[in-house]
Design a protein around this ligand. Structure first.
Ligand code: TXA
Ligand code: MG
Length: 299
C-alpha cells in the first residue's frame, strides 16, 4: 500500500544493508529484472513485500542466495541433478524449486505454504554483496506492482513503488531483461515452470526436459495475467498489420528480452491505446519472449 513514505534512489548499495537487517524491504538490481528484497527469514519483511506489490497471497517468492552452500545451510533438499545445474548455471538466470526438507528456517509465507522453496543465485555484484553483507538469504519477487511489466531500470521501480518502499538501489539497466527460468525436478526430469534465458535446449544437456503445459500449472505465478502495459497488446505474425498505423498505435516489430518491458512502459507514457507486437520464433530465448508477449496480450 502507498503509505506516503519517502522513496530514496541511490547507487550506494551499502545503504540497503542496515535497512534489510532491520526487517525493511529494498529494491535491488539483478541481471534479469529488479527485485523487491527482504530477509527470507523474517516473516514481517515478507508481509511487507506482498503488501507493497499488491501481490496475490498464493504466489510464492524466489529466495536469492550467494551460492549452493547457502542452499545447504537452509536445509533444502538438493538432488544430484540440481547440484549439476547449479554448477553449470549459477550465478545466473536459473531458479530451482526444491523440497523444503525437515529443518528449513524459511517461514511458510515465503512459499505460500507449499512444501518447496524456489532458490536462485543472481549474477549481479551489487545483489551478491548485499546478501553477503546482511549474511541473509533475500526473498525477492520482481519489483513491479503485480500485473505490471517487470522493471528493468530503477526508474521503472520508482514509477510503481514510490511511496510504498524506503529505498531503491540503482544498478543501471538489467543486462538480461527477462525473468529467470524456473524449473523443478520430477522423477529425474527437468520440468520448466517458466521459460527464461536459460533455454530448454541448454537444460537438455543435463536430463530430459518437459514443459509445464498442464491445466493447473505448478508455478502459481504463471496463472495470473502478467507483464501488461495499460495499452492493449495485439500480437501478429508476418508483416505489420495495416491497423497498426492507426492513431495511438505503436509497433514492436523486433521484440528482444532487454527492451520488451521498457518499451511497454515507454509506449504507455506516450499515451498508447494499442501496442502491436510481432511474435518471435519459439526457439532458444524466443520461447521466453513469446511466453511474456502472449501473457501481456492476455492469451
Ligand atoms: O528473474 C527473476 O526470477 C526475478 C528476479 C528478481 O530474481 N524474480 C521474479 O520473481 O521474477 P517473481 O516473484 O516475479 O516470479 C517468481 C516465479 C513465480 O511464477 C512463482 O509462482 C514461482 O516463481 N515460484 C516461486 N516459488 C515457487 C515454488 N515454491 N513452487 C513453484 N513456483 C514457484
Ligand atoms: Mg513478477
Amino acid at each position: 500500500m502507498d503509505n506516503g513514505q519517502l522513496t530514496v534512489i541511490t547507487a550506494d548499495h551499502t545503504l540497503a544493508v542496515p535497512l534489510l537487517r532491520a526487517g525493511e524491504i529494498v529494491a535491488l538490481p539483478t541481471e534479469t529484472v529488479y527485485g523487491l528484497s527482504g530477509s527470507a527469514l523474517d516473516e514481517s519483511a515478507i508481509g511487507k513485500i506482498f503488501a507493497a506489490k499488491n501481490r496475490p497471497q498464493d504466489n510464492p517468492l524466489i529466495v536469492h542466495v550467494s551460492g549452493i552452500e547457502m542452499v545447504r545451510d537452509l536445509g533444502l533438499e538438493l538432488p544430484p541433478l540440481a547440484e549439476k545445474l547449479a554448477e553449470a548455471f549459477w550465478p545466473g538466470t536459473l531458479t530451482m524449486v526444491l523440497p523444503r526438507g525437515a529443518n528449513c528456517p524459511i517461514p511458510a509465507g515465503v512459499s505460500c505454504g507449499l512444501d518447496t522453496v524456489a532458490v536462485r543465485v543472481p549474477n549481479n555484484a551489487i545483489f551478491l554483496e548485499v546478501i553477503n553483507d546482511t549474511m541473509c538469504p533475500l526473498a525477492a519477487p520482481s519489483a513491479n506492482l503485480s500485473g505490471r511489466p517487470s522493471p528493468t531500470t530503477a526508474r521503472h521501480v520508482y514509477e510503481d513503488l514510490q511511496g510504498r518502499i524506503p529505498l531503491i538501489i540503482d544498478g543501471g539497466a538489467c543486462s538480461c531483461g527477462i525473468e529467470s527460468t524456473v524449473v523443478m525436478f520430477d522423477a529425474g526430469r527437468i520440468q520448466i515452470l517458466r521459460p527464461g534465458a536459460i533455454t530448454a535446449e541448454m537444460l537438455s544437456a543435463f536430463g530430459e526436459v518437459v514443459a509445464n503445459t498442464g491445466e493447473s500449472p505448478r508455478s502459481p505465478g504463471t496463472r495470473y495475467k502478467h507483464y501488461s502495459p495499460k495499452a492493449r497488446v495485439v500480437v501478429y505474425e508476418g508483416d505489420i498489420p495495416p491497423k497498426a498505423a492507426g492513431e495511438s498505435c505503436f509497433v514492436i516489430a523486433n521484440p528482444d528480452t532487454q527492451t520488451l518491458f521498457a518499451k511497454f512502459r515507454e509506449f504507455d507514457e506516450s499515451g498508447a491505446k494499442e501496442i502491436y507486437v510481432k511474435l518471435p520464433e519459439q526457439s532458444g530465448v524466443g520461447a521466453a519472449l513469446y511466453n511474456r508477449i502472449m501473457k501481456a496480450a492476455g492469451l
